[in-house]
Design a protein around this ligand. Sequence first.
Ligand code: ADP
Ligand code: ASP
Ligand code: MG
Length: 422
Amino acid sequence: MYNDLPKSASVVQKYGGTSVGDPQRIRAVAARVARYKAAGWDRIAVVVSAMAGETNRLVGLMREVNPTGDHRTKAYDMAVSAGEQVSVGLMSEALEAHGVASEPLLAYQLQILTDEKHGQAKIHSIRTDFIENAWKNGRIPVVAGFQGITSAMEITTLGRGGSDTSAVALAAALKAGFCEINTDVDGVYTADPRYVRSAQLIEELDYETTLELAALGGKVLHSRCVELAAKHRVPLVVRNTFGPDEARRTRIMSFGEEKALEAPVVSGITLDEDVAKITVRQLPAGNAAIKSIFSEVAHKEINVDIIVHDHQDDGTVNRVGFTVQKHDLEPAVKAVESLRSQSQLEGLQVATQTNLAKVSAVGLGMRSHAGVALTIFDALAKNEVEILMISTSEIKVSCVVPLAQGKKAAQVLHGVFFESAK
Ligand code: ADP
Ligand code: ASP
Ligand code: MG
């Protein structure tokens, strides 16, 4: 139970795909919500994802009907957002079965207003009056995650894993006491426990580290959700839906200066297996070509991650390589190739590589500790992991490695920072 939280506070409880993966689990979640309501927390809003595997099934159907289509369209969002609608209906009914009155709500009813970027929309605002009304009438609102609506009433989706973001955006709009992300692991671990068996639960994290962990491939939280939580100072709790121990969880909040200074050098290791690289050769002299390439790619709304370039002594760039997510590879290549219509760029050569992964170490303590990058390079070299690209920031070091060596690289780095004799 929420010992520190007054019963007048509102709470958003989000339940992910596995947690609502079958009717028994939906009933078990409803029983948990009912227990909190019976204990006096009346202002609970429930956000649900599609049942496990359902969104993948819908995306697969879209690909089958149009294998080469651009899936950032209104038709795509219309189809793939449907899984959440089913979950809302089922959860609402399960709550009724547990004697709890509920109010099923889709994005259009709550006016979860987003921009028009289909497949990757950002939330602008959410109306809270439907939620307040539901509470006034003694009902628990059950909200569809992942979906939004444009001002022209078109359905949008927030990007894969986006129900976390729906929950935090709702918590921010409601000024909730906190947002609880209920999932299939006990919280945020030092690495993905699926392939790093010795990964440990992290009890407390600051927003900044969590954002890097999420953005660099730690799939447990959607990175936009952490961004929103940080911006609106919404405390986050990540926990196991069916974990018996309510105290076993990760709490995510802002760290004061003193606490930040005590943060570990490395808090976690992430692995991103969704990495593709484009290499462009035969660039003409001068820097104009490089500007044209990145402005063309940006124009297509494609996020570029790591960039490397070779330049000659006079500063002229003759080769540039950059990474993007795999689904952006084809549009990025098309964007670069379109530059060949300009006479001075007609000789551009474009090569691609998709068998890549990015392993990263993240920690606030890197700010005050030198040598982390060296430790990483040394450990990867000793274990014969090939480093293809490197990128660093104040609180992270990332290395692009061959996809086949990605898991091994993550295990090696986890061993160095969390398992070596202290
Ligand atoms: P949900 O359907 O509840 O949203 P997700 O599958 O999106 O759940 O996220 C939970 C999964 O994230 C876990 O099963 C785990 O394998 C994976 N994961 C990746 N990195 C981490 C990490 N650092 N800590 C915990 N889980 C992680
Ligand atoms: N159902 C969506 C997905 O699978 C959103 C989510 O689960 O967060 O990506
Ligand atoms: Mg998720």
